[in-house]
Design a protein around this ligand. Structure first.
Ligand SMILES: CN(C)C(=N)NCCC[C@H](N)C(=O)O
Length: 261
C-alpha cells in the first residue's frame, strides 16, 4: 500500500475523475489508514511504499505490478501522468529480495487488469481501456500460467478490478455488463458458480474488493452487494474510501497483493 499523502485529482484519465473536484487529503489519509488497520486486524502483513510527490495516483498501488509465485511482471502505464509509478514499484521488488522482477515491454496496469486464482493456477486479464492484449501474452510467458483475456466494454469500468474480483481460490464475482458478450460467455463457462453483481453494485465500487477467502473488504457504499456476499457465505467488512473514489478507485486499487514463491 502507498499512502495518499500526495493524492489529488490533478488530471482526468477515467470517467470518475473531475480535475476541478476538491479533495480532502487528510480525510483520504484517514480512510486509507482505516483500510490498512482493517487488513492488519485480519492478520495480513502490510508493506508501505512511500508516496512520491508529483504522483497523485500512487495511492492506487495495485496498478504498479502483478506477481505470481515470486515472479513479478512490472507495469507499464498507459498515461504519462502515471508512468513513473512503475519505477517505484520496481525498486521495491528489486530491493526487497526474493522476487524475480521482469520489466514489461507492453502496456499493462498491473493488478488493475490482472487477477489470479491460486486454486486453478489461472490468470484473468482485462483489456479494452488500459492494458493491451499483447501484455496478456507477455504475462503468460513471464508467469507461466494460462491467461484468459476478457474484453471490457464500459468505460466506467476501465480496469478489470472495477468489474471482477477473486473471492477465494476457485470463485470469482463479477458484473457481466462490463464485459463483451463473448467474454461474458467465457466467464459463464469457466465460472458457473460466480457471485453476480449488477450495475448498481459495480457503480458503488463493490467489486473493487480484497478477499482472504472469507472476509471481504468492500466499499461501504455497496450495501446491497454486501448482502449478496453474505448470502454466498462470505463476511463483508465495509471500508469507507469515498475520498479516493474521486480518483476512480477503491479498496482493491489501494492494495497490491504480494504473491511470494
Ligand atoms: C479499481 N481501479 C480502477 C484501479 N485499480 N485503479 C485505480 C486507478 C485510478 C487512477 N486515477 C487511474 O485512472 O489510473
Amino acid at each position: 500500500m502507498s499512502p495518499p499523502e500526495h493524492f489529488l485529482v490533478a488530471y482526468e484519465i477515467n470517467p470518475w475523475m473531475r480535475a476541478d473536484q476538491p479533495v480532502d487529503r487528510d480525510r483520504a489519509v484517514r480512510q486509507w489508514d482505516a483500510l490498512r488497520t482493517a487488513l492488519l486486524d485480519l492478520g495480513h502483513h502490510v508493506h508501505v511504499l512511500p508516496s512520491v510527490a508529483g504522483l497523485p495516483d500512487m495511492v492506487f498501488a495495485a496498478n504498479g505490478a502483478f506477481s505470481v509465485d515470486g515472479i513479478v511482471y512490472g507495469a507499464r502505464f498507459k498515461y504519462a501522468e502515471r508512468s513513473a509509478e512503475a519505477d517505484a514499484h520496481r525498486a521495491f521488488y528489486e530491493s526487497a529480495g526474493g522476487w524475480k522482477f521482469v520489466p514489461p515491454t507492453q502496456i499493462n496496469e498491473g493488478e488493475g487488469d490482472f487477477a489470479y486464482l491460486p486454486g486453478r493456477g489461472l490468470i484473468l486479464a482485462g483489456h479494452g481501456f488500459r492494458t493491451e492484449t499483447a501484455a496478456h501474452a507477455e504475462a503468460q510467458e513471464v508467469l507461466g500460467r494460462p491467461v484468459v483475456s476478457l474484453r471490457l466494454v464500459d468505460e466506467r469500468f476501465y480496469h478489470l478490478d472495477t468489474a471482477l474480483a477473486v473471492l477465494d481460490d476457485q470463485r470469482i464475482t463479477y458484473y457481466p455488463g462490463a464485459f463483451s458478450a463473448s467474454s461474458q460467455r467465457v466467464l459463464a463457462q469457466l465460472f458457473p458458480d460466480s457471485v453476480l453483481a449488477d450495475e448498481a453494485d459495480a457503480l458503488a465500487f463493490g467489486l473493487n474488493l480484497v478477499s482472504d477467502g472469507h472476509n471481504v473488504l468492500v466499499n461501504t457504499e455497496a450495501t446491497a452487494y454486501a448482502d449478496k456476499l453474505t448470502a454466498a457465505g462470505y463476511h463483508p467488512v465495509p471500508v469507507d474510501l469515498s475520498e479516493l473514489k474521486k480518483g476512480g478507485g477503491s479498496v482493491k486499487c489501494c492494495v497490491a497483493e504480494l504473491r511470494a514463491a
